[in-house]
Ligand binder design. Structure first.
Ligand code: ZN
Length: 134
């Protein structure tokens, strides 16, 4: 299964919890796991308490770890200016596994599934959702 998300790039952080939960509901799987995977090397999947303060704090942290305008070998070789995006994608990882119980995602009260897009442009992104029953 796939979901498509429009992002603004530039460390955009989007709550995709409801879209993942919809796919879980459609699957009718009661017990198991859901694997959320983004097949783009400028994006990542993680979790966050999705409130404006933390969204900004996470963006600031990402910018400290790998500033967009930093000096990257990738940019010299390819000229696409998104070396920082590729590095952040490697650090944060493209996937997340969440347990399912009674056809619901087992997440903490404030824990939301987020798609991060570090690229230096807006884009449509596909996220793969794999649901495995046990
Ligand atoms: Zn690149």
């Amino acid at each position: 299964m796939k979901i498509t998300i429009s992002t603004k790039g530039h460390n955009d952080i989007i709550d995709i919890t409801d879209k993942v939960a919809e796919k879980v509901k459609e699957s009718k799987v009661e017990q198991g796991i859901v694997l959320v995977f983004v097949p783009h090397q400028t994006c990542a999947i993680s979790v966050l308490e999705y409130e404006p303060g933390l969204i900004q704090d996470l963006k600031d942290l990402l910018n400290k770890i790998a500033p967009l305008k930093g000096d990257y070998e990738h940019n010299k070789a390819w000229g696409d200016g998104n070396g920082a995006a590729h590095l952040l994608a490697s650090l944060i990882k493209p996937d997340l596994t969440v347990p399912l119980e009674n056809n619901h995602l087992i997440l903490g009260t404030w824990q939301k599934i987020i798609l991060l897009d570090f690229d230096n442009r807006a884009c449509e992104r596909e996220v793969n959702i794999t649901i495995i029953a046990n």
